[in-house]
Ligand binder design. Structure first.
Ligand code: AHR
Length: 556
């Protein structure tokens, strides 16, 4: 069945239907141009809440100024950690936070960030020489790390926020023995080891073990993490994970996976691993994948610097182009998954998309110390919506994802400087999508007129509506993104295998897609209630231009 037949069928079902709203207002569904069919009987998998995870690197203003303000700061804090951030993370039930990098991880010696703070060494940050620093960036811990924010501070931050820590191990610079000892430091019981004693010292002391489960074995080992070949990395991975202390913790190792569509990386690692022993796949919880939407070169350039666009000033083509770039996630997941399955036939290894988001050129950061800091507009909310929906749809494959990065950086949920703190439109998407966490993803079929736009003087197309659905008890959650900059989509929604009895709608939409929240105007973009009509088991809903919508449907 093609889209035209599907729509025709859908309209026939709705033909002549008079839809009623509680208040007595009514309208007919003749205007519907789109259709969404939710198939409750077609379960995909339980959506791992960790798909809604985060990433915090010692990079620019993420840690210093973002998370860590210090105990003596006038910014409200608990043990040096910004209270407003902790409160906001609790609001969205942040499941997991990855730290300390990124590229920083493979230059980081975790021992530097332990013990009394005054005695910790100051080290040159991996990013100190980045060409992307704003010109007037002063020196500070973002360039020469004081190590005041170390393992205990990070894991306390996670505990306060209700999240689990996911630690990225230095494979390039430290050895397997230091990895062994980092686990010992974090997880050995009080009184058992000297490292447990060290954990119990210093200002952020913790007598109790942290019980860290997630360990990333290197970061981007094909690049900043060592410039290895996939075969070399497969050897390193085996060496690092061959023997580590467990202390009854179910350790989950995440291997450093591919950059975007580098399928040779996935093939090389998996083929080398299977060559040694197929059972080694039992010891790999996740295979990483990094994908940023950054290339707005429109085919004219793919240069890393020249092809990036501005976070706030963009034209229609750049809007659609960025979403198209982000939308590659679906095929990346499918393609890497297929290759993984050629070697790991039972698919014991799942995907962990531990870096994703939009990446713009410098210029919109809220403070000069925020390297790679950028504003976040409604366009970024759409990007987040379509990406999270993609993960939901692939919940049988993706067990964790970490948006890059938490605060004051690339696709951030938060912006902060000194005592100022705001949430971005992307935060609202995360909050709206919360009912998906831990729910059972079910298949939903979307049919809508495609977006037509002009790409370098040639016609181009992008899908008209997309989203995901999940069921938790009697509550069906349907999230939908309309990328069109000017057109409303009128959709009929049919729920197969259940009877809708009530619907609640929440919408994130603003008249101008460039809109964003600022310290002066923090609520320019925020969600509000919407409406949908329901009659004889069919729901009708208008999806506003450039919007993310959540429907919560009670099904009998
Ligand atoms: O998120 C910024 C950087 O992007 C990370 O440090 C690195 O892993 C990736 O290339």
């Amino acid at each position: 069945m093609n889209r035209r037949q599907f729509l025709a069928g859908g309209l026939a079902v709705g033909s002549g239907l008079l839809l009623q709203r509680a208040g007595g207002l009514s309208y007919s569904a003749y205007a519907a141009d789109s259709r969404i069919e939710v198939l409750l009987g077609e379960e995909i998998a339980t959506i791992n809440p960790a798909i809604y995870g985060h990433f915090a690197e010692h990079l620019g203003g993420v840690v210093y100024d973002g998370i860590w303000v210090g105990e003596n700061s006038k910014v409200p804090n608990t043990g040096g950690i910004r209270n407003a951030l902790v409160d906001a993370l609790k609001r969205i039930k942040a499941p997991v936070i990855r730290w300390p990098g990124g590229c920083f991880a493979d230059s980081y010696d975790w021992r530097d960030g332990t013990g009394p703070r005054a005695q910790r060494p100051r080290r040159t940050n991996f990013w100190a020489d980045s060409p992307e620093w704003p010109k007037n960036a002063p020196s500070g811990p973002w360039k020469f790390d004081t190590n005041h924010f170390g393992t205990n501070e990070f894991l306390r931050f996670c505990q306060m926020s209700g999240a689990e820590g996911y630690l990225a191990v230095n494979v390039r610079g430290l050895g397997a023995q230091q990895f062994y000892e980092w686990i010992e430091y974090c997880n050995s019981p009080a009184g058992s080891t000297s490292l447990a004693e060290r954990r119990g010292g210093g200002e952020s002391s913790s007598r109790e073990p942290f019980g860290v489960r997630f360990w990333g074995i290197g970061n981007e080992t094909w690049g900043c993490g060592g410039n290895l070949t996939p075969e070399e990395y497969a050897t390193e991975y085996r060496r690092f994970t061959a023997a580590v202390p467990r202390y009854g913790v179910d350790l989950k190792f995440i291997a450093s996976g591919a950059n975007v569509d580098d399928y040779n990386w996935t093939r090389g690692f998996f083929s080398k691993t299977v060559e040694k022993n197929r059972n080694l796949f039992n010891g790999i919880y996740g295979w990483g994948l990094h994908h940023y939407a950054w290339n707005l070169g429109l085919g004219k350039t793919n240069d890393w610097f020249a092809a990036k666009g501005d976070a706030v000033k963009f034209n229609d083509a750049e809007h659609y182009e960025l979403l198209r770039e982000a939308d590659r996630m679906e095929s990346l997941i499918n393609q890497h998954w297929t290759i993984m399955g050629e070697y790991d036939r039972q698919h014991r290894v799942k995907l962990v998309v531990d870096e994703w988001g939009a990446w713009y050129r410098p210029g919109s950061e809220v403070a000069p110390t925020h390297l790679l800091g950028q504003q976040s507009t409604m366009r970024d909310a759409l990007l987040a919506g379509l990406t999270l929906d993609t993960f939901n749809r692939h919940s049988d494959k993706v067990v964790m994802a970490n948006v890059a990065q938490l605060i004051n950086c690339l696709h951030s949920l938060f912006l902060a400087h000194e005592d100022k703190f705001i949430v971005t439109p992307t935060f609202h998407v995360f909050e709206m999508f919360m009912p998906h966490m831990g729910a059972k993803a079910v298949r939903a079929v979307f049919s809508a007129p495609e977006v037509q736009y002009t790409r370098v003087d040639k016609p181009a197309e992008f899908w008209g509506l997309s989203g995901s659905a999940s069921l938790n008890g009697k509550q069906l959650t349907l999230t939908v993104t309309n990328p069109h900059l000017s057109e409303v989509r009128e959709a009929e929604i049919a729920v197969r295998g259940g009877r809708p009895t009530a619907v609640d709608v929440r919408v994130l939409a603003v008249p101008d897609v460039h809109a964003h929240n600022t310290f002066e105007n923090p609520d320019v973009v925020q969600p509000r209630s919407g409406t949908a009509m329901m009659a004889r088991g069919t729901i009708s809903c208008r999806f506003l231009p450039a919007s993310v919508t959540r429907l919560q449907i009670t099904v009998a």
